[in-house]
Design a protein around this ligand. Structure first.
Ligand SMILES: *Cc1c(COP(=O)(O)O)cnc(C)c1O
Length: 524
């Protein structure tokens, strides 16, 4: 049995004193658990397991033996399990409720995907296993690749990038390799105002100069401004379509034609492919490279920041520059993993490797399961339902919240609102914090930047009408409170383990390790 250092903290300082609920001795409110750090509950003096101390002669360890205790807290197995289970209950999850984050596509992760990914033939293999022993796994990668090419109307696909942003890097590296191959390295990437933040970040990371292209008042790329800026120094344009205002870029073909005429290439951020899958093929719109986030469109889990997967489809022009390795189907029907460039082969211009192996196998099995369980017709319905659900939210709330582009017709997969019309002193942040008390994760806020106090909501196709109605009711009530100037809203959340954090301090002075002195210093 382990002794608790000081016992669990009682009625912690952050427990809300103004709120009518009496503060409890533990700081818990029903299942809203107050959980200290493991260092605070476990003592370094005790251990949860009985090991007989080993008396190793120092000589056998060559002077590498530990000089002092490493100070890990000791807990019993049950205490440890409870600690992590309690922490896990402080997480919001898609299995707990609707996740309205815009741009993130937080859809249900079907259990069938999980079952297939756990089959030992997929789960227990190793990336260094001889290729002859993993033909089934290579067949899965190949079949998924074929689906992605068919759905996008593109010539090739690089499967190895591990997330959307990583896919952007892959696309730009292929674009650079293609331009350099024709002796025309260029220095500028054009990025519209409505772009996702990863787009300019990726371009800058690749060493390109990034220039903005303004948006029109209806929230789309200004085609005339784009055309005016094209020239011999522009390597590529990065366009998110559907864009981050939840709108389809109707001029996409005209944009691609103009970009190609100026000798540049078109990168499309395909994170929002779920809005058009089965209906629009980016290849038909003149796109040269586009990443697909399997953890968005194809329902694989986002996890705690990973593992994601971001295959990049490539046009005829970029296919020769795709990264290694890739899976190739041979004439006899077997599969090879092509690891090196071969002179004279179609991939002789490959820009190299992005990752050690072939990509996220666990995500490939899940994504292919999702695709096969829907079929081509089902995927078409996915985009239809995603758009229908977003429009249901847009039209259910546009009488209480300002919808800046609501007048220009239906939205795509996400609904965008602004803070216009809230009472003096009330902000988007107040509504976001209020949603926590209503049992929802907040929506995406203050993004996209083209809208003041933006609230971006993407319900996805997997939510039922009943779930949407409940969310709409919660958001409507918060919007009404913010418009009426209900001061109590400024104190939200009242029912979360933590209230309003000092976000500046959290970003500027994060305390990421357990060092008592560092914590004391940060507290000052
Ligand atoms: C999510 C997203 C990205 C980045 O994708 P990650 O997989 O998170 O790296 C890029 N662009 C848009 C529009 C996105 O929504």
């Amino acid at each position: 049995m382990t002794m608790l250092k000081e016992g669990r903290p009682t009625a912690p300082a952050h427990v809300n004193k103004e709120h009518p609920d009496p503060a409890t001795a533990t700081g818990n409110r029903a299942l809203m658990l107050e959980e200290p750090l493991i260092f605070e509950i476990g003592s370094t003096e005790t251990t949860g397991v009985d090991f007989t101390p080993v008396d190793k002669p120092a000589s056998r360890l060559g002077g590498l033996e530990r000089k002092r205790s490493i100070g890990l807290p000791g807990l019993s197995e049950q205490e440890t399990v409870r600690h992590y289970t309690r922490l896990s209950r402080q997480n919001y999850a898609i299995d707990l409720g609707l996740f309205p984050l815009g741009s993130c596509t937080m859809k249900h992760n079907p259990r069938l995907n999980e079952k297939v990914a756990r089959m030992p033939g997929f789960a227990d293999i190793h990336p260094l296993a001889p290729v002859a022993t993993v033909q089934g796994a290579l067949a899965v990668i190949h079949e998924l690749a074929e689906w992605l090419k068919t759905l996008t109307g593109m010539a090739a696909v690089a499967m190895s990038p591990k997330a959307g942003a990583h896919g952007e890097l892959c696309g730009l590296l292929a674009i650079r390799a293609a331009l350099e191959a024709r002796g025309d390295a260029r220095s500028v990437i054009l990025v519209p105002e409505s772009a996702h933040g990863t787009n300019p970040a990726t371009a800058a990371f690749c060493g390109y100069k990034v220039e903005d292209i303004p948006a029109t008042p209806d929230g789309r790329v200004d085609l005339a401004a784009l055309k005016a800026r094209l020239g011999p120094d522009v390597a590529a344009v990065m366009i998110t379509n559907p864009n981050t205002c939840g709108l389809f870029e109707r001029d996409m073909k005209a944009i691609s034609d103009a970009v190609h005429a100026a000798g540049a290439l078109v990168y499309c951020d395909g994170a929002n492919f779920n809005a058009i899958v089965g209906r629009v093929r980016p290849g038909d719109l003149g796109v040269d490279a586009m990443h697909i986030n399997l953890h968005k469109t194809f329902s694989t889990p986002h996890g705690g920041g990973g593992p994601g997967s971001g295959p990049v489809v490539l046009s005829e022009a970029l296919a020769p520059y795709a990264p290694l390795p890739f899976v190739e189907k041979l004439a006899d029907g077997s599969f090879a993993l092509v690891e090196e460039e071969t002179a004279g082969e179609h991939h002789a211009g490959s820009f190299g490797r992005m990752v050690a192996f072939h990509g996220q196998m666990g995500m490939f099995t899940r994504a292919l399961t999702y695709i096969l369980s829907h079929g081509a017709d089902g995927l078409r319905q996915v985009s239809g339902d995603a758009v229908l659900n977003a429009n249901y939210i847009l039209r259910s709330l546009d009488s209480v919240l300002d919808a800046p582009f609501g007048g220009s017709g239906p939205c795509m997969h996400e609904a965008l609102f602004s803070d216009k019309g809230l009472a003096e002193g009330f902000t988007t942040l107040d509504i976001a914090k209020g949603l926590i008390d209503e049992g929802f994760h907040p929506m995406t806020m203050y993004f996209p930047l083209v809208v003041h106090g933006a609230m971006l909501i993407e319900p996805t196709e997997t939510e039922s009408k009943a779930a949407l109605d409940q969310f709409i009711m919660a958001l409507r009530s918060l919007a009404e409170r913010a418009k009426a100037g209900d001061e109590a809203l400024k104190g939200a959340p009242y029912h979360a383990p933590r209230r309003r954090l000092d976000e500046t301090l959290a970003a500027r002075k994060p305390v990421l390790v357990w060092i008592e002195e560092a914590l004391a210093e940060a507290a000052e």
